[in-house]
Design a binder for this molecule. Structure first.
Ligand code: SF4
Length: 398
């Protein structure tokens, strides 16, 4: 058998020219391929036959649609699916790194069972049957010793309702939760339920296409957010929408803002109350909208009457004039003016109250349920998957 020879520049050119002379009418890939093979060289993937398949990105819970390109059964790259409303043909950097994640030599590809002491880092490979039997045995032991409620179930992200809702019920434990949600969007959802009577939900229903003023508080689009809002924000800016960013850091989105409010950490609610003060004092709120849809305006006006920008300046370390100016920019763009609900809103412990203040300002601007504000999304109605009656109440999805 002939051993592949090392390729010199001279040998490569000789081989390639010979092949091209004899097959000048063939496509370039086919012309070069035989010469490359004769020289023992492998063609780069982009010169080989490719196959495209459609999938969703699994690098975060947003699940953008992707087109995966494979060569000889191996994924070489992923692109956004142009027909998918989330990716619209584009992926974020994390999504583009998908193939390297798939083939990472450290990626877990099968269950492993610890064999050494905890923390020692010793594991053995196991089959799924072994792993499931092992887990079931441990769970049965906990149940027998402490009762089924001695077991807690913690899930994460889309599709885990089997594990978080149904499975704990079958086991008999009410202790199920999504720690990820409690560390991310729970105050946002709770505050929305209290203020609007319905949750915000994913994908956040901000009408980016029609907004004339966007306000972000501690929301670092471009650093931590999903692909789609990043595109939405870029498009809104290109259209001329104003951008106000509140963040102690000069984040990547703060760099793009018309107004950056470098607030003292933990004082956001004072800023929000002062904004409400200016909107009401300067008649920059949507009175007709509030008359029709809101309760408690008089109490709110009374509550914020003394909470002026000067009052908030002493708390937030922001110039009073900047607080006043940004309230006017927001108010003058109403009702196409919205404070984006954001994600990862767990900060200082008063998060639900801060989010209520965010929503109250959105209501003052007349932005909730309006074009250019927060739209009221509808999901298709699906029958609940049939299941036996729950043994206990209180499985905590969300
Ligand atoms: S936002 Fe990025 S990581 Fe998340 S699903 Fe979309 S492309 Fe993948």
């Amino acid at each position: 058998m002939t051993q592949p020879q090392p390729i010199t520049r001279r040998r490569f050119l000789q081989g390639a020219s010979a092949a091209m002379a004899s097959a000048a009418a063939l496509p370039v890939v086919q012309q070069i391929a035989p010469a490359m093979r004769r020289l023992g060289a492998r063609l780069p993937w982009y010169r080989q036959a490719q196959k495209q398949t459609y999938n969703v990105c699994d690098m975060c819970p947003w699940r953008c649609g992707v087109v995966a390109t494979t060569v000889n059964g191996r994924v070489v790259k992923v692109d956004g699916n142009p027909k998918d409303p989330k990716s619209r043909g584009l992926l974020c950097a994390r999504g583009q790194a998908g193939p390297s994640f798939v083939y990472d030599s450290d990626r877990l590809k099968q269950p492993m069972i610890r064999v050494g002491a905890r923390g020692e880092g010793k594991f053995k490979n196991a089959t799924w049957k072994e792993a499931l039997d092992y887990t079931a045995e441990k769970m049965a032991k906990v149940r027998d010793q402490y009762g089924p409620e001695g077991m807690a179930f913690l899930g994460h992200t889309n599709g885990d309702f089997w594990f978080i809702d149904h499975f704990p019920q079958a086991f008999g434990s009410p202790n199920a939760a999504k720690a990820s949600s409690a560390m991310c969007t729970s105050p946002r959802e709770e505050a929305a339920l209290i203020t609007f009577g319905r949750s915000i939900g994913n994908h956040e229903p901000v009408d980016w296409d029609a907004a004339r003023c966007l306000t972000l508080i501690g929301t670092h689009i471009g650093e931590d957010a999903r692909n789609t809002p990043m595109q939405d924000l870029a498009n809104a800016r290109a259209r001329g929408a104003k951008l106000i960013v509140v963040d102690p850091r000069f984040s990547s989105v703060a760099m793009k803002a018309d107004y950056w409010l470098q607030i003292k950490p933990g004082t956001d609610t004072a800023l929000l109350l002062a904004w409400a003060n200016v909107l009401i004092a300067e008649n920059l709120f949507d009175k007709a909208y509030l008359d029709k849809w809101a309760n408690g305006f008089d109490e709110l006006a009374k509550h914020v009457a003394g909470l002026t920008p000067e009052w908030a300046a002493a708390i937030t370390d922001l110039p009073a004039e900047l607080i006043r100016t940004t309230a006017r920019v927001m108010g003058n763009a109403r009702p196409q003016s919205v404070i984006v609900p954001g994600r990862h809103v767990i900060w200082y412990g008063n998060d639900t109250q801060r989010m209520r203040a965010v929503y109250i300002i959105n209501a003052l601007l007349g932005a909730y349920g309006r074009e250019g504000g927060i739209y009221l999304s509808k999901t298709p109605y699906l029958e609940e998957y049939p299941h036996p009656p729950y043994a206990v109440v209180g499985g905590a999805g969300g």
